[in-house]
Ligand binder design. Structure first.
Ligand code: NAD
Length: 424
């Protein structure tokens, strides 16, 4: 209950500082302020959620023959390391630290060097809320610092959010100390749009699945499979709505797309578009560096959101995670075909389906090889629900009750109520 009340205090301070944190996050990351505010909200909600669970973390009692019994204790792991990506800096720090602290661990958190600021704000908030000194620490740095933390003998667990290639290295390093890891990695998630869907909702869903945070979202449904008989109507409306997205100063309330994280990343995303064209895809809109009218934004890393038509499963833009505002549209004919193609990837973070057919919706999500699935919506991630990947998108879960298992260990205690019956 003490942990719970401290987490609740921290959640309240985050709510009070919502605008300050969101502004800092936007300046640091480039995402529009309306989204940064949503990130701050899912952050304090996460603290509230684990504050609610903290007092319920418990073991079980089992009665055994002869009056003897056993019980289990759910114990903390010790010092957990959190390593974050740059796309949701504050939210990632909260999604890792809240369950870690609720379970009685300490956390050393390393934010991405691209977005170092908001994790420090979180550590100040935890201190103000009464979290004992040293229980949540922030260490700044890049790969070398991350490696140091993963290899440190006093570290009991590593929870990592980032790319697959770094995730593999983390797992390798942690394996030397036989340390448990949680890996939240990349994706190339499918969104299946059937002709019996509510078209307007499916279009909205496709935009939500691709263009939040400049497309720099791990769970994005970037492979949009569309049943052939609605391909034309769907594509036309998606392009119309995509062209309406307001790009510009991320600190303005009505901006819907801000700047990408940095120049090398912008170049990389644009090169995916160029390669898609070379491989035969058609750019239906966007896909270019964008210079806003405001002169103070002229050196920003903006690009226009891109919809690619004429795509094929073998194209690089369809196979690889782009991590930018680039949607690939892929026609399909049958449910079986769409499902097979959707699963034909090494990733498995998320997936979605738009249909009015209840049975089809559940059949399709049951068949999708992905950790989080959406029926008739996309990219909605309430903290009450576990989030994490299948296949090379990682393992372990954040959020929901499930995360408790990943920040604690189980001790079994046998209690003898009789005399020892020795075989010797
Ligand atoms: P990244 O893998 O380059 O870096 C992530 C973090 O790891 C950073 O803090 C970085 O400094 C650190 N790091 C880099 N090399 C390291 C090493 N050798 N040892 C230890 N730490 C190291 O990823 P990124 O570019 O920051 O983020 C984008 C990626 O993150 C995308 O692939 C995206 O899909 C993924 N992501 C996944 C989730 C999820 O929940 N599944 C959420 C957000 C982002």
């Amino acid at each position: 209950m003490e942990r719970s009340s401290t987490l609740l205090k921290a959640a309240r301070i985050i709510q009070e500082q919502r605008e300050e944190i969101a502004t800092m996050e936007t300046i640091n990351n480039g995402k529009p302020i309306f989204e940064a505010r949503m990130d701050v909200d899912t952050s304090w909600q996460c603290l509230q959620y684990y504050a609610g669970l903290a007092g319920s973390i418990a073991g079980q009692h089992t009665q055994l023959p002869g009056g003897s019994f056993a019980y289990t204790r759910r114990e903390p792991l010790g010092v957990c390391v959190g390593i974050g990506a740059w796309n949701y800096p504050f939210q990632i720090a909260c999604w890792k630290s809240a369950p870690a602290l609720a379970c009685g661990n300490a956390m050393v958190f390393k934010p991405s060097p691209c977005t170092p600021i908001s994790a420090v704000m979180l550590s100040e908030i935890y201190s103000q809320a009464g979290v004992p000194r040293g229980l949540f620490s922030v260490v700044q740095g890049g790969a070398a610092t991350g490696q140091f933390l993963c290899q440190h003998p006093s570290v009991a667990k590593v929870s990592f959010t980032g790319s697959v290639s770094t995730g593999i290295k983390i797992m390798e390093m942690a394996s030397h100390g036989v340390k448990p890891v949680t890996l939240e990695l990349g994706g190339k998630s499918p969104l299946l749009v059937f002709s019996d869907c509510v078209l307007e909702n499916a279009v909205k869903g496709a935009l939500m699945a691709n263009f939040l945070s400049q497309g720099e979202v791990c769970s994005n449904g970037t492979r949009v499979f569309v049943q052939r008989d609605i391909l034309h109507a769907f594509t036309k409306e998606v392009v119309t709505q995509t062209q309406k997205i307001k790009i510009g100063d991320p600190l303005l309330n009505d901006t819907r797309m801000g700047a990408l994280i940095n120049h090398p990343h912008l170049k990389r995303v644009l090169s995916f578009v160029a390669q898609a064209k070379e491989q035969g895809a058609e750019v239906l809109c966007g896909g270019e560096a964008y210079v806003p009218d405001d002169p103070k934004l002229s050196s920003g890393f903006y690009m226009s959101p891109c919809v690619l038509g004429n795509c094929e499963d073998s194209m690089t833009c369809v196979k690889e995670e782009i991590f930018g505002p680039v949607m690939s549209i892929l026609p399909f004919d049958t449910e079986e075909e769409a499902l097979g193609r959707a699963n034909s990837t090494c990733f498995g973070l998320a997936g979605g389906v738009f249909t009015r057919d209840l049975q089809r919706a559940h059949r399709v999500v049951a068949g999708l090889q992905a950790g989080t699935c959406f029926i008739n919506n996309y990219n909605v991630t309430p903290v009450e629900l576990p989030f994490g990947g299948y296949k090379m998108s990682g393992f372990g879960r954040e959020n929901g009750r499930a995360a408790i298992a990943y920040y604690s260990q189980l001790k079994t205690v046998y209690v003898e109520m009789g005399n020892v019956e020795s075989v010797f």
